[in-house]
Design a protein around this ligand. Structure first.
Ligand code: HEC
Length: 111
């Protein structure tokens, strides 16, 4: 009896550990979704919190990316260096190839 109740608790603890782990790792979940193009996936992960999924949310003073008319080079500079209320994503998004993908995605949000 004593042994089986210890085993029961171990099982409960192990299960809740895995649940907590999944919840605190949105990055891993998002990158597991291979159906999204890289730029869109990175945008959803790093940018949509302020700019919104379609670019016009405007949270924390974020510029509307639908009406923004920046070149790809200018977009990449802002992603790498940040601007006023926008943090720099240098070293967060990863290699130049990743930044290129996000910048291309952002320039396509423009209507
Ligand atoms: C913490 C909120 C926040 C996040 C996250 C964020 N931005 Fe911004 N973004 C801003 C703010 C605020 C501005 C306005 C900066 C200014 O000009 O004062 C801005 C401006 C921009 C601009 C310039 C638009 C223009 O016409 O001047 C671009 C492009 C942009 N963001 C792209 C991105 C991308 C791409 C990401 C994700 C990698 C991102 N932002 C993540 C807040 C954010």
């Amino acid at each position: 009896m004593a042994i089986s109740s210890k085993f029961g608790w171990g099982l409960v603890l192990t299960t809740s550990f895995f649940v907590a782990c999944n919840e605190s790792n949105p990055a891993i979940e998002a990158s597991a979704d291979a159906s999204l193009p890289l730029g869109q996936e990175l945008y959803a992960l790093h940018c949509a919190s302020c700019h919104g999924e379609s670019g016009d949310l405007g949270l924390s003073g974020a510029k509307n990316l639908k009406t923004s008319a920046l070149t790809i080079t200018e977009i990449k500079d802002i992603i790498k260096s940040g601007k006023n209320g926008m943090p720099s994503f240098r070293g967060i998004i990863g290699t130049g190839h990743h930044i290129d993908s996000v910048a291309n995605y952002v320039s396509n949000l423009h209507e």
